[in-house]
Design a protein around this ligand. Structure first.
Ligand SMILES: [Zn+2]
Length: 148
């Protein structure tokens, strides 16, 4: 005891010399407090519910559920797993969207911008895939629960 291991706040490294990643960022609790599907939850399956909803360091890239951008390795991201209408679903959000969610209590505009960005990207993707012009394609719903 009393050696370098006991110093509070000093950067710690593991056996391979990597700097240990911090456990949490200051805005994470605010991000998790934001329900990305607020007012949108209409599932009625008997086992419906959120199984897990947490902030993690991304280790496998994917697509952001909100902005349709890349969820890149080493980003601090939100992952959520839930059963919706009896179907198991997974979601991920990129760090910029998580930060916008965290700030959405103060200024919802930033998160709404991310949603708009996602709609634009999905429309463009759809148009490119079907050879249609952007104007002729309706935006993809932000959540599968969105009923007509
Ligand atoms: Zn995003």
């Amino acid at each position: 005891m009393g050696s370098e291991n006991g110093i509070c706040g000093a950067p710690s490294t593991d056996n391979e010399g990597r700097i240990a990643q911090p456990q949490a960022l200051s805005w994470e609790a605010d991000c998790l407090a934001c329900d990305p599907f607020e007012g949108d939850f209409g599932g009625s399956g008997p086992g419906d519910g959120v199984l897990s909803d947490k902030m993690v360091w991304c280790r496998k890239s994917g697509e952001c559920h909100t902005c349709a951008g890349e969820v890149a390795v080493s980003m601090r991201i939100r992952r959520r797993a839930e059963v919706y209408d009896g179907e198991f679903m997974r979601f991920a959000w990129c760090q910029p969207c998580c930060e916008a969610m965290a700030a959405s209590g103060e200024s919802p505009e930033a998160y709404e911008e991310r949603i708009g960005l996602g709609q634009e990207r999905r429309q463009a993707e759809l148009a490119a895939g079907q050879g249609l012009t952007k104007a002729s394609v309706d935006g993809a719903p932000p959540h599968p629960s969105e009923a007509p």
